[in-house]
Design a protein around this ligand. Structure first.
Ligand code: PLP
Length: 385
């Protein structure tokens, strides 16, 4: 019997349904341009919202930190990998996020997958937004407690679940949401979330992966200055490099150091990454004009598509989904855009709901207004074809 037969079968099922995922070789060229299969394309799908990934200060400081501390941190931070540079960056971050403390974690996926199990026990209840990222879904599963899903951004439904369950003997209730949603580009009603959490004595955890660098005071996210128990975010998107953080109280930080498996059982970040983060934290607060231009460009792009009859969902950010429905249409639009010089892969189920296939455009401060207008024109031309 062929032990790996199930893999072959799965791959051929995917091939037949045109859902086979493949890694494509991408070479960064300059600005927002990349080279793919020998073709120069304008990248309109990266999360490098501020164009920091190639910023000379990030590259320089990454090299300096690597020079000073070495290529790796050699062990978990709880063993011998807690280099001073990590704590320095955490202090800088906490100050910017206006929280008592912060904690660096290796990746956002790891953070979400291990924060929820750290703060829940078997008798807890997690209330999670329907469109939360896969890493949060993994965290819910690993927490091995009761999980209920509230309709996307529906605080009415959330309150109903809170009211129904508050006296059911759960050890604690944790509400978890993203602030800017990764696939829809819409924004959570944080005021309502905070007051519901307060009213029902629930903990609130907010994922700021797509808001960090782009929204909020000094670009430090929409939770900045709010009293939220656990905020996580990433440095691999708007901050241009890699890694993740939690910003929280000192109590929560101390607790996570003792309970969060993603910190305890994983090697600390490479020091070069701490260098890039450190530089990004110096630059981001000063980039208000770039942020305003980015949001302005996103509004203009969205308006253009909406007036041409496209569905851009509830997007209110730099992430603009062009929802075309069937998978075939999304693949067709993506191919069309590639022929016209843009890189924007189709996003299909299971990443998005059935019939919600789309091309997810993520705009960056590296795109000029002309780039964005041309992109809008080509999408409109595709619809007419
Ligand atoms: C909302 C959200 N949270 C977490 C993550 C994971 O972050 P990382 O790429 O640092 O693992 C992502 C990545 O796409 C995301 O979109």
């Amino acid at each position: 019997m062929n032990r790996l037969r199930f893999m072959e079968e799965e791959l051929s099922r995917r091939r037949e349904s045109r859902r086979l995922r493949k890694l494509r070789r991408v070479t960064p060229v300059d600005g927002a341009y990349v080279e793919v299969d020998g073709k120069r394309l304008l990248n309109v799908c990266s999360n490098d919202y501020l164009g920091l990934a190639h910023h000379p200060l990030l590259v320089k400081r990454a090299a300096e930190f690597m020079e000073r501390y070495g290529a790796g941190s050699t062990a978990s931070r709880l063993v011998c990998g807690n280099y001073g540079c990590f704590e320095d960056v955490e202090r800088k971050l906490a100050q910017l996020k206006k929280t008592e403390a912060a904690l660096l974690l290796p990746t956002g996926y790891q953070a979400n997958a291990t924060l929820l199990p750290a703060i829940c026990d078997r008798n807890s209840l997690i209330l999670s937004d329907r469109l939360n990222h896969n890493s949060i879904i993994s965290g819910c599963a690993l927490a091995r407690c009761t999980v209920m899903i509230f309709e996307h951004n529906d605080t009415g439904h959330l309150e109903k679940l809170l009211a129904q369950n508050r006296n059911k003997g759960f050890s604690r209730i944790v509400i978890v949401t993203e602030s800017v949603f990764s696939m829809e580009g819409d924004i959570c009603d944080l005021d309502a979330m905070c007051s519901l959490a307060k009213k029902y004595g629930a903990l609130l955890m907010v994922d700021e992966a797509h808001a960090t660098g782009v929204f909020g005071h000094s670009g430090m996210g929409l939770t900045c200055g709010r009293d939220i128990d656990i905020v996580m975010g990433t440095f691999g998107k708007g901050a241009g490099s890699f890694g993740a953080y939690v910003s929280c109280s000192s109590l929560v930080r101390d607790y996570l150091v003792n309970r969060c498996a993603g910190l305890i059982y994983s090697t600390g970040l490479p020091p070069s990454v701490a260098g890039a983060i450190d530089a990004a934290l110096d630059l981001i607060p000063e980039m208000g004009a770039k942020r305003a231009e980015l949001i302005d460009n996103a509004n203009r792009f969205r308006n253009k598509l909406s007036s041409a009859g496209f569905d851009t969902g509830l997007s209110a950010s730099q992430i603009v989904p062009v929802v075309v429905g069937p998978e075939k249409a999304a693949l067709d639009l993506s191919c069309w855009l590639e022929q016209k010089g843009f890189m924007a892969p189709a996003i299909r189920p299971p990443s998005v709901p059935a019939d919600g296939s789309r091309v997810r455009i993520s705009l960056s401060a590296l795109h000029s207004r002309q780039d964005i207008d041309r992109l809008g024109d080509e999408i409109c031309r595709w619809a007419k074809k």
